[in-house]
Design a protein around this ligand. Structure first.
Ligand code: ZN
Length: 140
């Protein structure tokens, strides 16, 4: 599959407003974007470190995936996202390798990325996201 880098690490928090001072004042990172992703029932806040982002995830609906995650496991690391090229093909490769897919086709994530999740039961307990920045395709 050869991901190029870790695109982001998703961290589930009860409240972005409460978590922000740790990331901004203690770690000294700058939140550059706060965005709601309606189809995932989350509000997201982004920080850049090198070419990797931290994505804070606050649930907007207790029945949503992050709401249920926090209910079951509390705040903490929710997923790791790998940057890949040609995400559709990478998904087919994962499927052919016997990996259970949560998304059988890519969908639109925060920041306009194409994203798809692999099931943590097939990835040793870590919810794994593949993502592709289609906007960069012309720069390659
Ligand atoms: Zn993500």
């Amino acid at each position: 599959m050869k991901p190029t880098h870790i695109e982001h690490i998703g961290i589930a928090v009860n409240s972005i407003a409460e978590a922000l001072p740790f990331y901004e004042k203690v770690l000294g990172l700058k939140c550059y974007n706060i965005e709601e992703v309606a189809n995932q029932k989350v509000k997201t806040a982004f920080f850049m470190i090198g070419q990797t982002k931290i994505e804070l995830l606050e649930s907007t609906d207790p029945e949503g995936p992050v709401g249920r995650f926090i209910e079951k496991r509390g705040e903490g690391i929710h997923h790791i996202a790998f940057a890949v090229d040609q995400i559709e093909e990478r998904l087919r490769e994962a499927e052919a390798a016997g990996i259970r897919l949560i998304d059988t086709a890519p969908r639109k994530g925060a920041e306009g990325l194409s994203i798809a999740f692999l099931h943590p039961r097939s990835t040793f307990g870590v919810l794994t996201e593949l993502c592709e920045d289609k906007k960069n395709e012309n720069n390659k």
